[in-house]
Design a protein around this ligand. Sequence first.
Ligand SMILES: Cc1ncc(COP(=O)(O)O)c(C=O)c1O
Length: 418
Amino acid sequence: MHNFQYRNNELFCEDVPVADIAREVKTPFYLYSYETLKRHFRAFDDSFKGIEHLTCFSMKSNSNMAVLRLFANEGGGVDIVSGGELYRAMKAGVAPGKIVYSGVGKTVEELEYAVSSDILMFNSESGQELITLNDTAKRLNRKARVSIRVNPDVDPQTHPYISTGLRENKFGIDIKKSLEEYRVAAGLGNLVVTGVSCHIGSQLTRVSPFVESIRKVKELIGRLKDAGIHIRYLDIGGGLGITYNEEKPPLPAEYAAAIKEEIGKTDLTLILEPGRVLVGNACILVAKVLYTKSSGDKNFIIVDAAMNDLMRPSLYGSFHGIQAVNTTGRKRIRADIVGPICESGDFLAKDRDVEALAQGDLLAVMSAGAYGFSMSSTYNSRPRVAEVMAKGDSYRVIRKRETCEDLVKGEEIPEFIA
Ligand SMILES: Cc1ncc(COP(=O)(O)O)c(C=O)c1O
């Protein structure tokens, strides 16, 4: 359910005509619905009522500060993977005590920053990281709360690039070896062992892999208890999928019910790291047709948004719905919707049945809120696009379109060239 709906053949975001925003902001731009974001957060978070929990939005999926503030106002925390994300989160007003930090390659500087910020928990992904974290905390005369991100070797049945819980993936510590690492961590003076975490992948459309990994983690928690190591937080990561096309992922309530059933009665606090499911369908990318052409029986619709703005189709071959902003009476054609970038891999949709959009027409690339703007780049020296959020009948730019000056910011031509 989202708030991008047609009224008299015209696409609205909440109560604002998308074309009105395009007129003022120019294209391309990402457009978020405040209501959808809020509803998605509440639907997810409320599903876990009855079990002590903290919903830590996985901000790699979308790191705009307005989005972060909205979720923080709803009581959420964040899951971060870099010092930059920590900076953004705190600037957006997320309480450090609601921040968990995952990632295989945390630098010493990043660890220092997070230890000094007194975040809730580090999800450590290697034995060496545990030692480095302990050394860092010691230097700063602090204690760091830590969990080990275990790799449960469960197949999430998703795209290989977004599978993370298989032994061959770089993430986490092999669950079979994790007890040993926990013993080491428990003996390090500046670490407080508080959690177990796992995250097996993204865009999962079934609950069974989640349940399987929780079962394995529960066994581990039992063994830890026998070894005198008491766990307070169980972080089960994110990964719940959304509908881009015809996928039928479980609803948050179904996902939560299966998890609650597997966990049973517990005194653990559950940490959840949803990303995509909160933001994916709460945003569209609005673009304009620059040109159309055909070559043989192939039709091309060339638009002003490209792979640098939305990378998912090029990177994973992902499907995003393409809809005309104004849908009055065009015939339908099969076409590739492509951007201006000089790569054949630059496409938003391939061989797609779409309305025969013409020069100047606006289109909406649907379900663009997760791993959309946050993965965008300035490739081909294309300034990053604007982000806009609508609420009711008003809207605000929540990130300005970058300029050509932004593109060259920080660059210098050394005197030996000049
Ligand atoms: C550690 C961790 N937690 C949470 C997520 C969020 O996943 P999703 O956006 O699929 O919910 C990811 C993304 O892959 C992740 O790496």
